[in-house]
Structures are given as C-alpha cells and as structure tokens.
Design a protein around this ligand. Sequence first.
Ligand code: SAH
Length: 226
Amino acid sequence: MSERKLDVQGIGMTSQRTRDRLVAALRERGISNEKVLEVIRKTPRHLFVDEALASRSYEDVALPIGHGQTISQPFIVARMTELLLASERPLEKVLEVGTGSGYQAAILGALIPKVFTVERIEALFRPTRDLLWALGYRTIRPSLSDGSWGLKHEAPFDAIIVTAAPEEVPPALLEQLAVGAHLVIPTGKQGAMQFLQVITRTTESSYRTETYDPVQFVPFVRQSTA
Ligand code: SAH
C-alpha cells in the first residue's frame, strides 16, 4: 500500500457533496441519530483509505486497508455508533478494539470526550496513529495491543466497541464494562452468519444481550493465551 496522503484540498465541494449523498443513503437505510449523521457528514473518510481507493470512499461499502483488513462499511460504522450512543450511561470514556484505518475511532472522537483504541497489527497501528494526530484528533489514544485483554489500566469503560468478529465474547471486555455500559460487538464464525450484539452490564454480576443486524466482519484474532 502506498502512503496515505493528507490531501486536505481534496475535501472540496466534490467530496462534501458525495458525503452528503452518503448521509442521505444512510438515513434511507434507517440511521436516525442526527449526531451520528452529522459527524459522518463532516469526517473525510477518503483520508482513511489508500489514495487509489479515495474515489470510492463515499460509497456505502467496506474497502481494503492492507494486511487482510478492511475499513468498515459506513452503514455499519453508523449503526454501531448509534447503538453505542443509545446507552443510558453518559459516555465519557470508551474503548474501541480494532483501530484499523482509524475511521471509526475518528467518528467516536468527535462524539465522546476520551477514546482509547487498540490495534494488534503494528503496520496498521503506526500510520493510523500518525494520521489521527495529523488530522488534529487529540483525545483519541491509540495503542498497539491485543484487545482480547481489553485495556485494563484504563478500565472501567462507559462503552466498548469491537470492530472485528470473535466467535465468543472475550471475558476481559465484559469485566471492563462499567455498570450500565454497552459492549457493541459482532460475533459469529467466519464464513457463517455473524450478528451485531449489544451486551449491557446491568449490575456488577449480570449482563443482558440484544441481537441486531446480520454483519460480516474480519476475524477477531486472539493471541495465544499467555
Ligand atoms: N475500526 C476499523 C476496522 C478495521 S478492521 C476501521 O474503522 O477501519 C478490524 C481491525 O481489528 C483490524 O485492523 C484487525 O487487525 C483488528 N483486530 C483483530 N483482532 C484484534 C485484537 N485481538 N486486538 C486488536 N485488534 C484486533
């Protein structure tokens, strides 16, 4: 992959108009949270993909970002963000597992005061960390780490979002939810049906699971248990 370029000039009329069209399409597909739609309208998704794919960056599709990974489809980003914001708990501090391109983190960064995001592939982590910094995101804290363990020293979180699909929910993520917090996570086998789930920690020791849209995510990779 060639380097992602900060072509801020490119955020001209054309991309604003294409972004507006994307927002209209998301609205039509059922995204109704105005805050989410507004952030998508303002966030330059084309800067989060390789230049060669920039022209497709406002289509409602997932795109490759190298290393076998993808930037999620805008509808899914919007849907997961909506589900996260639907929490009754005020969102001060959230964790994202699976930084990838940094686009979902940027969306969260515009809505939530403190965003921690972890990525396990160093070759994705480094350029994304630099990009988020260059774009002026100062409240997003990226780290190179295996999200199977969550991010213990920053827990508990007001919400956790996972952007890769495990077959089963990693217990550490459940443990790092504050009471009332949502975990938004796709689960299921690769190649089989996966579903978006919202798991709410209702009390110190109980959780409630709700199942939403069918989805298709790259695998959540677990390091060998140390
Ligand atoms: N949120 C990203 C989606 C990237 S795809 C975006 O907006 O672009 C999912 C990412 O999750 C990949 O980069 C993959 O490397 C990462 N991932 C998978 N398993 C992980 C794990 N156990 N810990 C941290 N990151 C993981």
